[in-house]
Design a protein around this ligand. Structure first.
Ligand code: NIG
Ligand code: FE
Length: 403
C-alpha cells in the first residue's frame, strides 16, 4: 500500500491543548495501517515519496468511532415489551415475570447460527455507516456454555468478515437462565467453569456481569471476577443501573476497565473508580428508553477525574438504537456532557474502556482508523439528531471501507 497522503481536511485530532485538537487545513500521512504524520498541510515534511494522494475537499476528519458497549448478537426483538412498559409495567417487573432478557435468551437459542450472524451483521453495518471502526460485543443471551460460545463466535466472525475491529466480552453472568431457577449460586459456579473453556477457544477479550437486583449479587459478581482474574482477563461491570449495589467499588477492586450505566453510583463508587482508573461508560440510550429519571453523577465523575465514555448499549430490551451519533446528542441533552466530551467519550476514552491505547486520536503512531464527515465543525456531530448521516468515508487500518 505504501505511503498515502490525505490532505485538505479539518482534523479533529483530540490531541494537544486546542479545543478538539483542531487543525484547520490539515493532512494525514498514512503508512500502511498506521498514521505516520499528522499536522497542518503547510508543515508537511519535504521530499516524501508518496504513493497515493486524496483531497478531502475541506471536510472534517475524526478518529473512527469506538462503540465500547453493545449486545449486538441476539435473536428476536422486544417491541411487545416496549408496549407493555408504556402501559405501566416496569423493566424490572417484566424481567421478574420471565420476560426481558430471558425472552431474548429463548429467541437467541432458537435462532440458527446463520440467522444470528446475518442479523448481527446488518446491525453492525448500521453502526459502521455512522463511523464506527471498533465495536465491543457482549454475549449474555445464551446463558449456557454452547450458546454463549455461539454468540462469541458470531462476534469473532463479524470481526473477520467486516472492516472493523471487534472486541468480544463474555457476559454469561447477565441473567439467570430458566434451568437454574432458584439456584443462582450454582449458575455462577457453572459460569466460572465456562470461562476457561471460552478463553481457550480465543473467544474472550474481557468479562462482564450484571450486578443488580434482577442480575447477580456483589458476592456472585466477585466470584466471576475471581475466575476472570485467575485467567488474566480484564473485567468490566453493568453497575448501578437500576439500584446502588456497590458494584463500582467491587469492580474497582479488580482493576475494572470500565463500569457502565452508573445512574445510581454513589460517592464511594466515584472515588473507587477514580483510584482504579476505571472508565465510566454512560449509556444515554438505555436511560432514555427505560424512561429513567435518575441521572448519572456526571459532575462528580468530572470532579474526581474519572474518564467518561459514551456508547450505544445496543440491545433489544433497553436500547434498541443503531445510531452512535444520536447517542452523542443524547449524552449532551440528557446528561449535560459537552459536545467535545461526547466525541472523546466515543473515541479515545471508549478505546480505553476496551483496554486499547492504539486508537481514538489522530496522532502519529496510532492506527489509521478515521472517518470523514460532511460537516463544518465537530460540534455538529452532537448537534444533529435523527437521520441525514453526514459520514462520507471511513478508513480502517489505512484502507477505505467499501460502502
Ligand atoms: O445494558 N442491564 C442489563 N443489560 C442490558 C439490557 C439487556 C436487555 O434488556 O436485554 C443493558 O441495559
Ligand atoms: Fe448493556
Amino acid at each position: 500500500m505504501g505511503l498515502t497522503l490525505w490532505r485538505n481536511a479539518g482534523l479533529v485530532t483530540l490531541d494537544g491543548s486546542a479545543p478538539w485538537g483542531l487543525i484547520g487545513r490539515g493532512a494525514l500521512l498514512v503508512d500502511d495501517a498506521a498514521l505516520q504524520w499528522v499536522g497542518p498541510e503547510a508543515d508537511l515534511p519535504r521530499g516524501l515519496s508518496i504513493d497515493g494522494e486524496v483531497d478531502l475537499g475541506g471536510r472534517l476528519v475524526t478518529p473512527g468511532l469506538v462503540d465500547c458497549h453493545t449486545h449486538l448478537v441476539y435473536g428476536g426483538d422486544r417491541a411487545r415489551e416496549f408496549e407493555l412498559r408504556l402501559q405501566g409495567a416496569t423493566y424490572e417487573e417484566i424481567a421478574r415475570a420471565g420476560g426481558g432478557i430471558r425472552s431474548t435468551v429463548a429467541s437467541t437459542r432458537a435462532a440458527s447460527g446463520e440467522e444470528l450472524f446475518e442479523a448481527a451483521r446488518r446491525r453492525a453495518l448500521a453502526l459502521m455507516a455512522e463511523g464506527v471502526t471498533t465495536l465491543e460485543i457482549k454475549s449474555g443471551y445464551g446463558l449456557a456454555l454452547e450458546h454463549e460460545a455461539r454468540m462469541l463466535r458470531t462476534a469473532r466472525r463479524l470481526g473477520r468478515e467486516l472492516s472493523l475491529t471487534v472486541r468480544a466480552t463474555c457476559l454469561a453472568a447477565h441473567a439467570l437462565p430458566p434451568e437454574f431457577d432458584g439456584r443462582a449460586d450454582d449458575y455462577i459456579d457453572a459460569v466460572c467453569t465456562w470461562l476457561p473453556v471460552l478463553q481457550a477457544e480465543g473467544l474472550v477479550d474481557a468479562v462482564d456481569a450484571f450486578c443488580d437486583r434482577i442480575g447477580f449479587t456483589p458476592s456472585q459478581t466477585r466470584r466471576v471476577f475471581e475466575a476472570a482474574r485467575a485467567l488474566g482477563l480484564p473485567v468490566k461491570l453493568h453497575a448501578e443501573q437500576l439500584s446502588d449495589q456497590g458494584g463500582a467499588q467491587l469492580a474497582a477492586q479488580y482493576g475494572a476497565l470500565s463500569c457502565d450505566h452508573l445512574e445510581y453510583l454513589n460517592d464511594d463508587g466515584v472515588a473507587a473508580m477514580a483510584r482504579a482508573g476505571a472508565v465510566a461508560v454512560l449509556l444515554p440510550g438505555a436511560f432514555y428508553f427505560l424512561r429513567e429519571t435518575r441521572l448519572p453523577p456526571v459532575e462528580r465523575l468530572r470532579a474526581a477525574g474519572v474518564p467518561i465514555a459514551v456508547a450505544t448499549d445496543h440491545n433489544p430490551g433497553s436500547s434498541p438504537t443503531l445510531s452512535p451519533l444520536l447517542m452523542l446528542n443524547m449524552a449532551c441533552t440528557l446528561f449535560r456532557l459537552t459536545p467535545e466530551e461526547t466525541l472523546r467519550g466515543m473515541t479515545v476514552t471508549a478505546a480505553r474502556a476496551l483496554g486499547l491505547v492504539d486508537r481514538g486520536r489522530l496522532v502519529a503512531g496510532q492506527r489509521a482508523d478515521f472517518a470523514v464527515w460532511d460537516l463544518e465543525h465537530p460540534c455538529e456531530l452532537a448537534y444533529r439528531f435523527g437521520g441525514g448521516n453526514p459520514c462520507r468515508r471511513v478508513i480502517v487500518a489505512g484502507t477505505q471501507r467499501k460502502s
